[in-house]
Design a protein around this ligand. Structure first.
Ligand code: MRU
Length: 329
């Protein structure tokens, strides 16, 4: 399996996801500023992966004897929507304030998140039937975590258990995480995958060619409202209309029990991501573009949330139950 986040000899190597699928190269981070750059520019992306990378950013600040509070602030201001970033940074800051090693805390976060993603796959594969064609959006795979993935962990484990499944990956405009990353990752492991343009999903559902939709998440609120890559909401509505189960796979680190919808900032990225394809402008000069990176899917459109502690309905009482006995802060 791909190793997108490697900590070795006090430095952080990240698979440079901007270069996939054509080049598999590592981007080396020697200090927390390199990590902040890597998160902002999407060298590393995907909610759990940016949390883990940010934790190592804090670890680098510790090793380089830099101001930890400054590092925390810089890393916190890289991307606003995925809550895993803040969750991991808060864990590292807490460890530091308690006089513990940030390096060890970052390693612990990575190990735990890998284990959690494995559990999500083992638990989630039960919803997959032999012969299913599963639609997924963006990349919620090993590249977006550290190992296995979330939505792709469910798919991986279904495949490992011998179920004959096929995956349809939405290309996921404008950054094309589906076409470039999900297709690369599944193909790398020999899991059958086909890529579609985002606007094909409805037609494939209408033709009866999709049995399930499984996506990841960047943040889930206590009432089950789910933030994920732009286009997820449209897919959920399409799935509802066609009576197709729509699952979200996410670790507990993606839940945000404290915020309400007004508190969640949806990232708006540079409009050039929409206006240009591979450096060629496709939108007339003088016309501007809208580029929200994420959208919000209401709980009523979600069949179930697959977590490391089981599959739950997106209901407040079930979400609260997941966190019984767990202290995050
Ligand atoms: O902008 P990205 O590529 O960081 O967005 C990633 C997603 O939206 C993923 O679906 C989400 O982070 C879950 S990753 C397990």
């Amino acid at each position: 399996m791909l190793e997108p986040i490697v900590w070795e000899e006090d430095r952080l190597s990240l698979i440079d996801q901007r270069k996939l699928p054509n080049k598999l190269e590592y981007f080396i981070c020697k200090d927390y500023r390199d990590v902040a750059y890597a998160i902002k520019e999407m060298v590393v992306r995907g909610a759990p992966a940016i949390g883990i990378a940010a934790a190592y950013g804090m670890a680098l600040a510790e090793i380089n004897n830099e101001n930890i509070e400054e590092a925390y602030k810089t890393l916190k201001n890289t991307r606003p929507t995925a809550v895993n970033l803040f969750w991991a940074l808060n864990r590292c800051l807490k460890a530091y304030k308690e006089g513990k090693s940030i390096v060890e805390e970052a390693k612990r976060i990575q190990r735990e998140e890998e284990e959690v993603c494995k559990r999500i796959g083992e638990i989630g594969e039960k919803i997959v039937d032999d012969g299913d064609t599963i639609l997924t959006h963006c990349n919620a795979g090993a590249l977006a975590t550290s190992k296995y993935g979330t939505a792709l962990s469910v798919i991986r484990f279904a495949h490992y258990s011998g179920k004959r499944i096929r995956v349809i990956a939405d290309e996921t405009r404008p950054r094309l995480q589906g076409a470039k990353l999900t297709a690369f990752e599944l193909n790398y492991e020999g899991i059958p995958v086909k890529v579609i343009v985002d606007s094909s999903a409805g037609f494939l559902m209408q033709r009866g060619e999709i049995n399930k939709v499984i996506v990841g998440a960047d943040r889930i609120l206590r009432d089950g409202t789910t933030y994920n890559k732009i286009g997820t909401y449209s897919l959920a509505i399409l799935a509802k209309y066609h009576n197709i189960p729509f699952y979200v796979a996410a670790p507990l680190s993606t839940f945000d029990l404290e915020s309400s919808e007004e508190d969640v900032k949806i990232e708006e990225r540079d409009e050039r991501e929409v206006a240009y394809i591979e450096n060629i402008r496709i939108v007339p000069e003088g016309v501007s573009c809208i580029n929200y990176a994420f959208d919000k899917t209401p709980a009523e459109l979600i069949t179930g949330i697959i977590t490391e502690k089981g599959i739950i309905k997106p209901k407040e009482e079930e979400i609260i139950k997941l966190f019984k006995g767990i202290k995050w802060k």
